[in-house]
Ligand binder design. Structure first.
Ligand SMILES: [Zn+2]
Length: 145
C-alpha cells in the first residue's frame, strides 16, 4: 500500500467511526459525501457538495446527496445554514458561531469568535428559554477606486 492509499484508508476509518457515533449507518455513498464536506472547515451548498463528491469515483445521485446532507444535519454531524432563501448551505463546523454572507458571490465565512456581543433587552417569551442565536452579517465588497 502506498502512503497515499494508507492515508485514504485511515481517513475512511475515521469517517466511518464519526458516522456511527452520530447514529448514521455508514453506506459507501454516505462515506463519500461525508468525506467531501468534512475534509476541511468549509461552507458548501448542496450543489457544491454534489459537484465535489462526483469529481472522482462512482457518481452519487443528486437525491442521495441532498438526502444525506439533511440526515447529517439532523444528526448533528454538520450544521445547516439558512443565509439565503434560495439555497441551503452546510457548515462542517458545528460549534455555535456567526457568519458573514456576501449575497453577490454567495461566499460565507465565519465571524471571529467574540466579535459579536449580543445583549437581549427583554427576557424570552413566557415559558421559553433561548436555545441559540444565529447571526448572519450581510457584507458586500467595497469597490476598488
Ligand atoms: Zn461557519
Amino acid at each position: 500500500m502506498t502512503p497515499n492509499e494508507l492515508q485514504q484508508t485511515e481517513q475512511r476509518k475515521r469517517i466511518v467511526q464519526l458516522l456511527r457515533r452520530h447514529g448514521i449507518s455508514p453506506t459507501v455513498q454516505r462515506i463519500k459525501i461525508a468525506s467531501t464536506i468534512l475534509e476541511r472547515p468549509q461552507h458548501l451548498s448542496a450543489d457544491q457538495v454534489l459537484a465535489l463528491t462526483n469529481e472522482s469515483g462512482r457518481p452519487v445521485s443528486k437525491a442521495t446527496v441532498y438526502n444525506s446532507l439533511g440526515l447529517f444535519a439532523r444528526k448533528g454531524l454538520i450544521r445547516e445554514l439558512f443565509v439565503d432563501h434560495e439555497r441551503t448551505f452546510y457548515d462542517s463546523s458545528t460549534h455555535p458561531h456567526h457568519h458573514y454572507y456576501d449575497p453577490e458571490t454567495q461566499e460565507i465565512r465565519d465571524v471571529e469568535e467574540g466579535a459579536i456581543q449580543l445583549e437581549m433587552g427583554a427576557p424570552a417569551p413566557e415559558g421559553f428559554e433561548i436555545s441559540g442565536v444565529e447571526v448572519v452579517v450581510h457584507v458586500r465588497r467595497i469597490p476598488a477606486t
